[in-house]
Design a protein around this ligand. Structure first.
Ligand SMILES: C[S@@+](CC[C@H](N)C(=O)[O-])C[C@H]1O[C@@H](n2cnc3c(N)ncnc32)[C@H](O)[C@@H]1O
Length: 386
């Protein structure tokens, strides 16, 4: 993507996200009827959503074009499978795909940002035959990762370091290449800022944009601030969470259990609105699936006790559970509408990050590094001064 084409994409996405904000920003779980249902979409039949219906009323094709980022070509041979010993299967596939797209220039030193046990750092140290430093704040992860590297005879140094602390600068120089796989919110924002100031190269797969101290999103780039201002696009921390809400499909039995838990929550939500006489959702704590009561009535008794609501004798539990399942179907259809804007929001946030570095004089590439089945957080941003 050239800088000018990325700005055009950024501008179009800003316009669409702003125009459709009332539709995608409302969480269907929270309100019985989304505010927009009364003014436009109710008449149009989006409630009966299927792909064709969605495309009649929503900018499906425009969004699909704007989120179509290229897969970055591999520039290095994939590491041998046996190096993945001790790394979870999916994490290893992410590392293989990420490492194959790392171009480490001669003379560059490599640093991994928020390294965990340093699985990526260890793989890069092995494949490039170069010492790598991993920065990680959790001392236990540093110790365990260090032991793994020593056992494999790999030249990796895992350093206990808070990347938000001022002394992190000692690890970053113009000849440093910082790699960051799934660094969350403010942790990767810090990296972008330091890269812009020090000129170090970065390869970053961003994650968890909503993990930030800021209640409202302040675009990082001048372009982002100007576009958001022009289109009156104001994003809250809760809006940002949509960008990472896609999860890789769970096994069928887990999906069934998840749907049942959702239907029961929605059934309880209808009941508590009636009992409290308030048209307002209540946040009920989450439960591990193994701890879910055996039936809907048991679930409501547990939830009511949690929220200190006294349950009167209820005769029609079956009908009330059925109402929860009907609500679930409605919520799922509304979520289809909302999720149409998920990837566009994620790409918009990534474009803002890319522009931040372009504006600091860096050359930037943005694309994907693997299929979404390997990880839905598959955007890769590479930037360097050269
Ligand atoms: C989402 S994990 C990613 C780990 C690894 N890169 C991976 O892909 O598996 C984020 C890591 O950041 C670390 N972390 C959190 N806050 C940090 C901070 N302030 N400084 C350094 N590391 C931090 C966490 O301990 C965790 O290991």
């Amino acid at each position: 993507m050239t800088p000018s084409s990325s700005v055009v994409r950024f501008e179009r996405l800003t316009g669409l996200l702003a125009e459709w904000y009332p539709v995608w920003s409302v969480e269907p779980f929270q309100c019985i009827q989304p505010p927009w249902a009364s003014f436009r979409v109710k008449r149009t039949g989006v409630f009966r959503s299927d792909a064709a219906t969605l495309a009649r009323w929503l900018p499906v094709e425009q969004l699909a074009d704007l989120i179509d980022l290229q897969r970055m070509p591999a520039v290095a041979a994939p590491p041998p499978e046996r190096w993945g010993h001790g790394v979870g299967g999916r994490k290893w596939r992410q590392i293989v795909a990420f490492a194959a797209r790392m171009h480490i220039a001669p003379g560059q030193s490599v640093v991994e940002w928020c390294a965990g046990k340093g699985h990526l750092a260890r793989t890069l140290a092995r494949s490039h035959g170069t010492p790598v430093t991993g920065l990680e704040s959790d001392a236990r992860l540093c110790r365990e990762g260090q032991a793994l590297a020593t056992h494999q005879g790999v030249s990796l140094h895992l350093q206990e370091q808070d990347v938000l602390a001022p002394d992190v600068l000692r690890w970053l120089h113009p000849e440093t290449h910082v790699v960051a796989l799934h660094a969350c919110g403010d942790l990767h924002l810090r990296l972008l800022d330091l890269a812009a100031h020090t000129g170090c190269a970065i390869s970053l797969a961003p994650c968890c944009y909503q993990r930030t101290v800021h209640e409202r999103y302040l675009p990082l780039s001048q372009t982002g601030r100007e576009l958001a201002g022009r289109h009156a696009l104001v994003l809250t921390r809760q809006d940002l969470a949509l960008a990472v809400q896609e999860t890789v499909t769970a096994p069928r039995h887990a999906q069934r259990q998840r749907r049942r838990a959702k239907a029961w929550r929605l059934g309880f939500d209808l009941l508590q609105r009636e009992l409290r006489g308030m048209d307002e959702s209540l946040s009920v704590p989450s439960l591990r699936y193994g701890d879910l009561p055996v039936d809907f009535q048991g679930f409501c008794r547990w939830a009511a006790a949690e929220k200190q609501i006294s349950l009167p004798p209820i005769a029609d539990w079956t009908a009330r559970e059925a109402a929860g399942w009907r609500r679930l179907e409605e919520v799922e259809r509304l979520e289809q509408v909302r999720h149409l804007f998920r990837r566009p929001l994620e790409v918009w946030l990534a474009l803002d990050r890319a522009r931040r570095l372009e504006e600091a004089g860096m050359r930037v590439d943005l694309g994907s590094f693997c299929d979404r089945e390997v990880t839905p957080r598959n955007l890769l941003l590479r930037a360097s001064r050269g």
